[in-house]
Design a protein. Structure first.
Length: 302
């Protein structure tokens, strides 16, 4: 006699999936024969223990589902808040002033990434460089994700500095061109990969770097830069075009306030993602231990 939930958990665990792959047939489209499945043996403890195992793993699944739903809801809330705050549709308490039209070219300059480097220069050396994916995926440039590069002291290369904005100059779609990452801090010998470019503000207290990173990742920012992308199979954006794009921005203190709220939301999302990752890892470990008999559930005492 078998508990259906126990069998389902076994067939979906790592060991069960590995055994199922051994009886798969087909080349491009894999499938399982009914006869093979009928002869597939599932290791079974006593029915009472099967039920206890199934209950424990089902509880773990319920926790994962609840975290996934909460994370999806929080992401939607953040996207809605970003859309309203960055467009000025909703103003934070205490802010009422008119937003100002400006261009990045009026308040700073751009610079390019590494030049003249070969494959042999990467993976070692005293220098560090910000990768393409670091720029693409992080609102704040990740210091942990930088990689090593060898740069001679005599080379003329552009250093990345704290406060810079980093943009990817190309992508496979126009919607993914010029994502922005803010450099909150970095070492003195940090450089930028050759597929991205940097922007360095020259006028203090005009823009909040973190606000601008959120702006260029929001719907208004995406619409502003995607219309400037050019290409067919791969899209590029000219630094000059980005510098001249018209922007409508709130005062510096309101930018900071908006960025602070969105950053707090990101921290909450990051904490939830960490909890979800740990819950999934715990469920895998539980399934591996309980469904192989390595750990047996203790019969509850009266």
């Amino acid at each position: 006699m078998a508990e259906p939930r126990y069998v389902s958990q076994y067939l979906n665990c790592a060991q069960g999936r590995a055994r199922l792959k051994l009886i798969e047939t087909g080349t491009t489209m894999k499938h399982l024969n009914v006869g093979d499945m009928l002869g597939f043996l599932v290791p079974q403890p006593p029915i009472s223990e099967q039920r206890e195992i199934a209950e424990s793993l089902t509880d773990a699944d319920a926790l994962i589902d609840s975290l996934e739903q909460l994370l999806a809801k929080k992401r939607q809330i953040k996207q809605g808040a970003m859309q309203e705050l960055i467009t000025g549709k909703r103003r934070l308490p205490g802010f009422t002033g008119q937003w100002k039209a400006m261009r990045l070219g009026d308040i700073g300059r751009t610079y390019g990434g590494l030049t003249g480097k070969s494959k042999a220069d990467f993976g070692h050396g005293a220098g560090k460089y910000v990768t393409f994916m670091n720029v693409m995926t992080n609102t704040r440039t990740s210091l942990e994700a930088v990689e090593s590069v060898h740069v001679e002291p005599t080379e003329s290369q552009n250093n990345v500095q704290p406060g810079d904005l980093l943009f990817n100059g190309s992508s496979e779609t126009p919607e993914e061109v010029a994502f922005c990452s803010w450099v909150e801090d970095c070492a003195a010998n940090t450089f930028l990969n050759s597929f991205c470019f940097g922007f360095r503000p020259s006028v203090p207290d005009q823009i909040s770097g973190l606000f601008m990173a959120y702006y260029f990742r929001s719907r208004p920012g995406r619409m502003a830069v995607s219309s400037l992308a050019q290409g067919a199979t791969r899209y590029n954006i000219a630094k000059t075009a980005l510098l001249q794009a018209p922007l409508s921005l709130p005062a510096f203190d309101e930018q900071q306030a908006i960025a602070s709220i969105l950053s707090a939301m990101d921290e909450e999302l990051s904490a939830l993602e960490s909890r979800l990752t740990k819950a999934r890892a715990l469920k895998r470990a539980m399934a591996q231990a309980l469904l192989t008999g390595r750990i047996r559930l203790v019969e509850p005492t009266a």
